[in-house]
Structures are given as C-alpha cells and as structure tokens.
Design a protein. Sequence first.
Length: 68
Amino acid sequence: QDRLVHRIRTAAEDLCLENHKEEVKFAVARKKCYSTALTQGYRQMSSAIAAYARGAPLAAATLTVSGQ
C-alpha cells in the first residue's frame, strides 16, 4: 500500500506540478489538479483494496490518475 501511495503521488506530481515560475492563477490551478488527482487515486486504491478483501485479484486492478 505504501508503494501504491508513492506511485499515486508521483503520477499526480508528474501530471500537475512543474518547478518553474508562473502566474498565480496557473499555480493555483496546478495545485487543484494535484489535489484532485491524489483524491481520485486514493479513492481508486481504497476500492481496489476493498475488492481484494472480497476476493478479487488485486493484480488485475488498474488505477488511472487524472487531474480532471
């Protein structure tokens, strides 16, 4: 689970955050994108873990990290 959390965070960072100066409105939009991507990724992870607890194969689970 810790590795999956790390992968979700890394995907959200790659999708939404960049290390350069920009207008505040763009920085705010990137942070919102990052927050949304994390929330969706964590929600999918929780669903996959719950499905695994019910007997579904976890290896078949696919998470899609999106900032939208």
